[in-house]
Design a protein around this ligand. Structure first.
Ligand SMILES: Cc1cc2nc3c(=O)[nH]c(=O)nc-3n(C[C@H](O)[C@H](O)[C@H](O)COP(=O)(O)OP(=O)(O)OC[C@H]3O[C@@H](n4cnc5c(N)ncnc54)[C@H](O)[C@@H]3O)c2cc1C
Length: 420
């Protein structure tokens, strides 16, 4: 049953559409900002907009009743945590109007979004934060049906539980294979954290098993730290096959859980395919994604370079060097909210400086991290030289334990900031 907030939100949307159908009338109303997508980017942006300017009417469009967070979802695979610890409702959004629908079309000329029930909402500015969609066209053999056998678990929820159950059912001595795509994709260190935590599970529960990573790249985020940790914690258990050694997967056969590469094929007992990705479907429909499948933005305002009046934040955007992470999504959301609030009041947006830190768990008590600072330069979000870095390569056990604890603290802090 829809919540009272959702019902009120839909009613408000219909009234707005009926009462202010013309651009000149809309201009006299309280400016309405519509945010599509209630993930780390969209929910953060909607809340920040309201905090920055109480006079704005802010509407968040999100079809799901609850959000299942990807950060820490690799611990669910390893049986270290339940999916409920990853799940967040939308009751803490304060004065943000929530509409429990899917956006299906955008009329940028008229400033109007169409929802899946046929209703329309008008906007003065639109923020798109739909995250990713899996690019099934890019990997022959992999589609929604194949994902039920070879789970991607790259959107947390039922896919995470499916992969967890498959791992729980594997025989000791079995082979787990996961494939990682070429850049750019959601969470650059994510596949390697996944490999690490699955290895932890195998080592402690099914020690004769093996894990292979088939990679479409020759280098990856925090590589030296991961490799040193694998050597120390999981010797002989993890095999990483880079692009140059035949790691790129060109096709999969779900019926036999087989990965095909240019150098041969690999059959798995448990297979996780992390396929190529692109911006969520609504970004393609709205005309803000380019031929790469991602959305180019102005690095100061996050306004689309393709459609004025529409801003894109989070994983769907391509913002230069900034990685696709929940931390980035939250930072971009706040910078975008400040820019939108300024533009609606005809003020000059300020130049943002954005921080990202990504923690990865290699084992439950072994954390590593990478941090970076980004600012607009030459139309992109460029890394500020010397401002970031990774965990030391030769840190003591206590430092790794502390970083694992910081990772938990970070997750608690960011989810309470985003979802209330
Ligand atoms: C295994 C894994 C581990 C990760 N670990 C970390 C980590 O440790 N740290 C970190 O910072 N990041 C991590 N990430 C990355 C992080 O999850 C993403 O970068 C982040 O979720 C991006 O946020 P977003 O809001 O752009 O997209 P999402 O979180 O995907 O949110 C998009 C929302 O939009 C909604 N939506 C989509 N289309 C529509 C539509 N048409 N209408 C209405 N709503 C729509 C969806 O329902 C969804 O709620 C990890 C990712 C994975 C897969």
């Amino acid at each position: 049953m829809p919540s009272r907030r959702a019902v009120l939100g839909v009613a408000a949307a219909s009234v707005a559409a009926a009462a202010f159908p013309l651009p000149q009338l809309r201009a006299q109303a309280r400016p309405r900002v519509v945010v599509i997508g209630g993930g780390f980017a969209g929910a953060s942006c909607a809340r920040a907009l309201k905090q920055m300017d109480r006079d704005l009417a802010v509407t968040l469009v999100e079809p799901e009743a609850a959000y299942v967070a990807c950060p820490f979802s690799n611990t669910v695979l390893a049986g270290l945590r339940g999916i409920e610890a990853q799940t967040f409702g939308y009751d803490g959004l304060g004065d943000v109007g929530l509409i429990r629908k899917r956006a299906v079309a955008v009329d940028a000329e008229r400033g109007r979004v169409r929802l899946n029930d046929g209703t329309n909402i008008d906007y003065a500015r639109l923020v798109l934060a739909p995250g990713i969609e899996l690019n099934f066209d890019a990997l022959p053999g992999y589609d929604a049906a194949a994902a039920e056998i070879m789970p991607h678990a790259w959107k947390a929820g039922p896919q995470t539980l499916l992969l967890r159950d498959q791992l729980a059912a594997i025989q000791d001595g079995g082979t787990v294979i996961l494939s990682a795509p070429a850049n750019p994709f959601r969470c650059p260190p994510g596949p390697y954290e996944r490999a690490s935590l699955i290895a932890h599970y195998l080592k402690t529960s099914k020690p004769r098993s093996k894990l292979i990573i088939l990679d479409a790249k020759d280098a990856f985020s925090k590589q030296r730290l991961f490799e040193a940790a694998w050597q120390e914690l999981y010797p002989g258990l993890i095999e990483w096959v880079p692009l140059s050694a035949g790691g790129q997967v060109t096709e999969v056969d779900a019926a036999t859980r087989t990965f095909v590469t240019e150098f041969g094929s690999h059959k798995a007992d448990v297979a996780s395919v992390i396929p190529p990705q692109r911006a969520g479907a609504i970004a393609q429909v709205a005309g803000v994604a380019d031929q790469t499948g991602w959305c180019p933005i102005d690095p100061v305002t996050f306004e689309s370079q393709l459609r004025p009046g529409i801003h894109v934040i989070g994983d769907a955007a391509i913002g230069g060097a900034m990685p696709k992470s929940a931390f980035s999504a939250n930072a971009q959301a706040k910078a975008c909210a400040a820019a939108v609030a300024a533009l609606l009041r005809e003020r000059e947006p300020t130049q943002p400086k954005l921080i990202n830190t990504c923690y990865s768990l290699v084992a439950p008590d072994y954390g590593i991290s990478i941090a970076g600072v980004y600012q607009p330069r030459d139309g992109l979000l460029a890394e500020v030289e010397g401002a970031g870095g990774t965990s030391p390569l030769d840190a003591a056990k206590e430092v790794r334990e502390l970083e694992a604890a910081y990772a938990e603290d970070w997750f608690r802090t960011i989810t309470s900031e985003v979802f209330g």
